[in-house]
Design a protein around this ligand. Structure first.
Ligand SMILES: [Zn+2]
Length: 572
């Protein structure tokens, strides 16, 4: 997403009270300093959903849902952060200045328009006589004419110049067409040529439903390559797009999960046959950016990849990328030689639905798969099995899911839980101890949690001094964000829940002092770190330079003394 001025977010938060916002959706009852209701995010009989007017956070002590007004609206309406911001800004009467992206960016707007003109041109061609082969192909795939409209399918005529002339007549330059890969350059300065010829054209949308690229599928068996796709350009970053995001979003909300498939043809078939929650990552390995998009839509993800070896490997890779955003997907196992597209067409929606229903937890599936390669009854094989499983689980470090899988691994191998943790967190007991202590609450955890509750504190927060591996990993996820609301939205549900729960339990009167005390401690750590650095630098130098470093070193040591040790809040 584009940069949002943090003061806009602050202004929205100042004007919209979380109690008032939540009341628009649920009946809140006062309970002491807080308000309570039955949680809208899980089924419960006694209210554990709590809203704090002081902290301006909500937190469910049942399911862990938590956050500020932005997270509440995102979750309630299943929308993205920018969308939640737009809605709340409107409610608050705060105007969002048009970013560089929207205003005065003639270049981007021209390229959007160029893609629209090309889409219409291809679509008309599909309906015209030369489009016959393309029509036959889609019909043979069970894609009827109403879907041609929905997916804006098209046909690129077998011509080296027609598209170029059409776009030129609309005022676009050859340079623009070249920049988005619709034209290719010819040697000797001759006119550039049209790249997509005699192909079925599939427009690729960005998350707002604007066409930013094309996939072109060959129509003749000897045509190379079989799939020709737009190259990346100003509007098109392949690794950020999920196809068709703007169509699937609502269905994901209704159905409660994302069905992740490999290619756009799979996605189209799924949408037409009862799975409008399908999304495809454009035939490449899932990227972290796509994984974050998926995670924001839903924490429930089912992977339906090809049934062959390559498909299984791709599913495992996707899973490990999803792990990094805290999602543990389930997997549908298609028979070898089938993909969701062929399976749905050959075996029907009901059969596919029951496969999805029975989708397996990816970790349990992987462990079982590996067991067929490495028998657990032989010590050496067992060690190899263990090594691979722990490697696979490594991206889940610091998450609560990991704990439960390790219990499973322990029971299968007879290795103790402590031993497995040592293995995964690499090295000494210390680190494991630190992590579990972090979950219980170190001062660093508290420091981060408090900073996330107040934009003023967030601005001065010194994340670089964090030493605790777990807290540091949280900081890594949020450190680029200018505002705590944005930062909170970068964390997964469990992580956010840990932090918000921490803030909720501190009485309002004490928070200022508490933050100040944590902050002093962080400043002191920063100074100590600087002092260590200077000392090391002094080793190798002499003369004036050494004098200079020494003077600074002494100055820093004085400041450290000045910060004192008093009043530091300890939770362990
Ligand atoms: Zn709940």
């Amino acid at each position: 997403m584009g940069r949002v001025a943090p003061d806009i977010l602050e202004e929205i938060k100042e004007r919209i009270d979380i109690v008032q916002l939540v009341s628009q959706y649920l009946p809140l009852k006062r309970a002491g300093r807080n308000f309570k209701a039955l949680c809208p995010f899980h089924v419960e009989k006694t209210p554990s959903f709590t809203v704090s007017p002081e902290k301006q956070f909500f937190h469910c002590f049942g399911c862990g849902a938590s956050g500020d007004i932005f997270q509440f609206l995102m979750r309630m309406e299943n929308i993205t952060f920018p969308e939640a911001m737009e809605k709340l800004a409107e409610q608050a009467g705060v105007e969002i200045p048009k970013g560089r992206e929207e205003e005065g960016d003639g270049e981007r707007n021209r390229l959007y328009y160029l893609h629209k003109v090309a889409t219409d041109y291809f679509h008309q061609a599909l309906l015209s006589p030369p489009g016959q082969k393309a029509r036959e192909l889609v019909l043979s795939r069970g894609i009827g004419s109403s879907a041609w409209e929905t997916f804006q399918l098209g046909y690129a005529p077998d011509s080296w110049d027609r598209l170029r002339d059409v776009l030129k007549a609309k005022g676009f330059t050859a340079a623009e067409m070249l920049s988005v890969g619709l034209l290719g350059e010819r040697e000797g300065g001759r006119d550039p040529y049209v790249k997509f010829r005699h192909r079925l054209m599939i427009p690729i949308w960005d998350s707002k439903g604007r066409v930013v690229a094309f996939g072109g599928r060959a129509l003749d068996p000897n045509q190379e390559p079989k799939y020709l796709n737009s190259p990346e350009h100003l509007l098109f970053k392949k690794g950020e797009i999920l196809y068709p995001f703007h169509m699937a979003r609502k269905a994901v909300r209704d159905m409660g999960y994302v069905l992740l498939v490999e290619g756009y043809m799979d996605a189209i078939t799924c949408h037409l046959r009862g799975f409008p929650n399908a999304l495809a990552a454009l035939g490449t390995a899932l990227t972290p950016s796509q994984a974050r998009k998926v995670a924001r839509l839903s924490r429930e993800v089912v992977l339906a990849y090809d049934g062959d070896d390559a498909g299984r490997k791709a599913a495992l890779r996707a899973a490990s990328v999803l792990f990094q955003v805290g999602v543990v997907p389930r997997v549908v196992l298609l028979p070898p030689g089938e993909d969701p597209d062929s399976f749905l067409r050959n075996r029907g929606q009901g059969t596919f639905a029951s496969l999805v229903e029975g989708a397996e937890d990816v970790v349990l599936w992987y462990m079982a798969e590996l067991e067929s390669l490495h028998s657990l009854s032989h010590p050496r094989e067992r060690a190899r099995w263990l090594k691979e499983v722990l490697g696979f689980l490594a991206p889940l470090k610091g998450s609560l899911d990991l704990e439960s899988y390790l219990v499973e691994v322990a029971s299968k191998t007879g290795v103790t839980l402590e031993g497995l943790k040592r293995e995964i967190y690499g090295g000494g007991k210390g680190k494991v101890g630190k992590t579990s202590r972090a979950i219980m609450g170190s001062w660093e955890m508290l420091y981060l949690a408090l900073a996330l509750s107040n934009p003023r504190w967030w601005r001065v927060f010194k994340g670089e001094v964090l030493e605790d591996a777990f807290v540091h990993s949280l900081w890594e996820k949020v450190k680029g964000e200018d505002d705590p609301s944005l930062a909170l939205s970068m964390l997964d549900d469990k992580e956010r829940s840990l932090l918000v729960a921490k803030v909720m339990e501190i009485p309002e009167e004490g928070v200022e002092d508490l933050f100040a005390s944590c902050h002093r401690r962080a400043e002191r750590k920063a100074l100590e770190r600087e002092a260590r650095r200077l000392k090391m630098n002094m080793e190798g130098v002499s003369g004036d330079e050494r004098e200079h470093l020494l003077a600074r070193y002494i100055e820093i040591m004085k400041s450290i003394k000045g910060t004192g040790e008093e009043g530091v809040y300890e939770t362990h």
